[in-house]
Design a protein around this ligand. Structure first.
Ligand code: SAM
Length: 297
C-alpha cells in the first residue's frame, strides 16, 4: 500500500470564503490520471485548478464562472500579473489615511464600473472575506474593521506564482455552467462546486446567482450518458444538521465524506461541531480511482 504525502497549498490570489483550498488534497486524491483538461465550471477562486497545476495533475485548464468581474480578474491575474499586483498595491495603499471611508468609496465605484482589481480589494478587505450581494446584485458586504486586507507584497507573490502555474495553459470563460459542460469530453476531468442550497438565496446571498436543482440533476445525467468523469462537491453537514437536497439514486454517484474541520461559525459560537462536506464521484470515475491513505505534513 502507498502512502501519499499531502501538503496544503497556501497559494491563493483570490480570497474567497468557501474556497476549497484547505480540502483540495482530500478532493484530488480521487482524481484519476487523465490526459485532457481540468474543467471547473463553477470556479470561484479555482482552488482545485491551482492544486492540480501545482502537483502537475493536469496540463490544461478551463476555468469558468458566471460572475463576470471574477472571470475578468482571473484573466488579469494570469495574463498580466505584474500590472494586476501594481494596481492592487495602489488601491490598497490609498486606504491608509481613512480605511472605512475609502472602502465604501471603492465599493460604490465597483458597483458601477465592475473593475476587477477593485473587486479583489473588496474581497481581501470585506468582513470574513465573505462577499455578499443585495437583491439588485450589488456588492454590499461591509469592511472588516480590524484588518486592512492582504498586504500588497503577499498578494503580489500569490498573483505571480499563480500566473506562472496557469499561464498559457488556461482558457477562461464567463458563461453558464451548462455551456461549459457541453464542451467536456471523456478525456477531461470536471470538478464542480456549485453554490450550495441555502447560501445563494434569502437576504444578502453569498453568490450572485443560485442553483436550479432540477436543471443541475439533468446536466449530471447528461455527463453520465457521455461517460464523462466528474467530481462534485455538494451539500454538507455541520454537527447533526444536513444541508441540501439529496441527489437522485439513478445518477449512480459514489459518496465520500470529506472532513473540513471546525466551521468558522461554530468556533465563534463556542461549539465543537465539525463540518463534513460531501464529495460525489461519477460512475465513469469511481472504478478508476483508488484513494490512498493520507498523511498531512
Ligand atoms: C461555491 S463557489 C465555488 C468555490 C470554488 N470551488 C473555490 O474553491 O473557490 C460557486 C461559484 O459558482 C458561480 N456560479 C453560480 N451559478 C453559476 C452558474 N449557473 N454557472 C457558472 N457559475 C456559477 C458563483 O459565482 C461562485 O463563484
Amino acid at each position: 500500500m502507498y502512502t501519499k504525502v499531502i501538503m496544503t497549498i497556501t497559494l491563493q490570489p483570490i480570497p474567497y470564503q468557501g474556497s476549497k483550498r484547505n480540502i483540495a488534497a482530500q478532493i484530488m486524491r480521487y482524481a484519476p490520471k487523465f490526459s485532457g483538461r481540468l474543467i471547473e465550471p463553477f470556479a470561484g477562486s479555482a482552488a482545485i485548478a491551482i492544486y492540480a497545476a501545482h502537483y502537475r495533475m493536469a496540463g490544461k485548464f478551463l476555468i469558468n464562472d458566471s460572475y463576470k468581474p471574477l472571470v475578468n480578474l482571473w484573466r488579469k491575474i494570469i495574463e498580466d500579473p505584474e500590472e494586476c499586483a501594481n494596481q492592487y498595491e495602489k488601491i490598497w495603499r490609498r486606504q491608509l489615511n481613512n480605511p472605512s471611508d475609502y472602502y465604501l468609496k471603492i465599493r460604490e465605484e465597483f458597483n458601477s464600473d465592475a473593475d476587477p482589481i477593485k473587486f479583489l480589494f473588496l474581497m481581501a478587505r470585506c468582513a470574513k472575506n465573505s462577499i455578499r450581494f443585495n437583491s439588485s446584485g450589488k456588492f454590499n458586504q461591509s469592511a472588516d474593521k480590524r484588518r486592512l486586507g492582504r498586504r500588497p507584497n503577499e498578494m503580489r507573490m500569490h498573483i505571480l506564482s499563480t500566473s506562472l502555474l496557469l499561464k498559457k495553459k488556461s482558457q477562461f470563460m464567463n458563461t453558464d455552467y451548462e455551456t461549459v459542460l457541453s464542451l467536456a469530453t471523456p478525456v477531461d476531468l470536471v470538478y464542480m462546486d456549485p453554490p450550495y442550497q441555502g447560501t445563494s438565496t434569502g437576504r444578502n446571498p453569498r453568490y450572485h446567482q443560485g442553483l436550479d436543482f432540477e436543471r443541475f440533476v439533468k446536466n449530471l445525467n447528461k455527463l453520465n450518458q457521455k461517460g464523462i468523469s466528474f467530481l462534485l462537491s455538494f451539500d454538507g453537514q455541520l454537527g447533526d444538521k444536513k444541508y441540501g437536497q439529496p441527489l437522485p439514486e439513478y445518477l449512480n454517484l459514489h459518496h465520500v465524506p470529506i472532513h473540513a474541520g471546525r466551521s468558522a461559525q461554530a468556533t465563534l459560537n463556542g461549539k465543537k461541531d465539525m463540518t463534513i462536506e460531501s464529495l460525489y464521484l461519477s460512475p465513469a470515475l469511481a472504478p478508476k480511482t483508488i484513494a490512498q491513505p493520507l498523511v498531512f505534513v
